[in-house]
Write a protein that binds this ligand. Sequence first.
Ligand code: BEZ
Ligand code: FE
Length: 289
Amino acid sequence: MQNLDETTITQAVIARHANTADQRLKTVMTCLVRHLHCFAREVDLTEVEWAAGLEFLTAVGHACSPTRQEFILLSDTLGLSTLVAAQNHRKPVGCTEATVFGPFHVEGAPERALGTDVANGAEGEPCFVRGSIRGLAGEPVAGAVIEIWQADARGLYDVQYEPFDEHRARATLRSAADGGYHFLSIVATPYPIPHDGPVGQLLDALGRHPWRPAHLHFRISAPGYETLVTHVFRAGDPYLDSDAVFGVRSSLVVDWVRHEAGLAPNGQLLDIPFSTLDFDFVLNPTHQG
Ligand code: BEZ
Ligand code: FE
């Protein structure tokens, strides 16, 4: 095909996909080309602007490393992660809502016994977390794998420290026979997503801040239930309505109750203030009846 112009180029590219064996790939790439071309037409994209776009994407790639995923940050800050999570986790009313995964999960965090201080030296005020894991009909889910991770009082995850030699404020637990769980960690505080790279520059240029409201991450998996990736947020946080990555669901916002020094839920007498956080999770069964 020759003499393609701005009115015929899109169809020509799509026609070139005719022999794609993988039908899903064909659908996705055809739609992507259509929307990319539509975008360029709609904004009347200049060559200088597209060169800047390519330079930006190159910088995003260069910013990636085994401990930094700038493309996830880009997807998160553009709201794409929240959109994809929402359309992949439509759940019946009553189930705990999912939210973004983020770039700081680590596979294979050490398994700890219920009640353990998973902070493991991470800086922050103590927080006793407890609750239950249940199915939609109220049945306790025993032995659910509960992965938790959070930032410390400086707003940093353990993996952001050099070297990352120990798991801190991060662990894997298993729910008890009655579906209950409890552990000791630290109070979450708001923190900015990494913004010293190209995504941070883009946020700046758009007049946006990089802050996330305080939260504790959970991934909960159990046979027969949809895996739940979610956070629990702190009521009263100043960034609940302007989360840099659009992850807040009001059903996940709860009071983290602060207590003066004294008797803690684990029977310890603490000489510093501490908080308690209670949250019950409801998993979506993968099969009904
Ligand atoms: C997080 O909550 O860990 C996170 C999510 C999205 C982007 C950056 C961090
Ligand atoms: Fe986080």
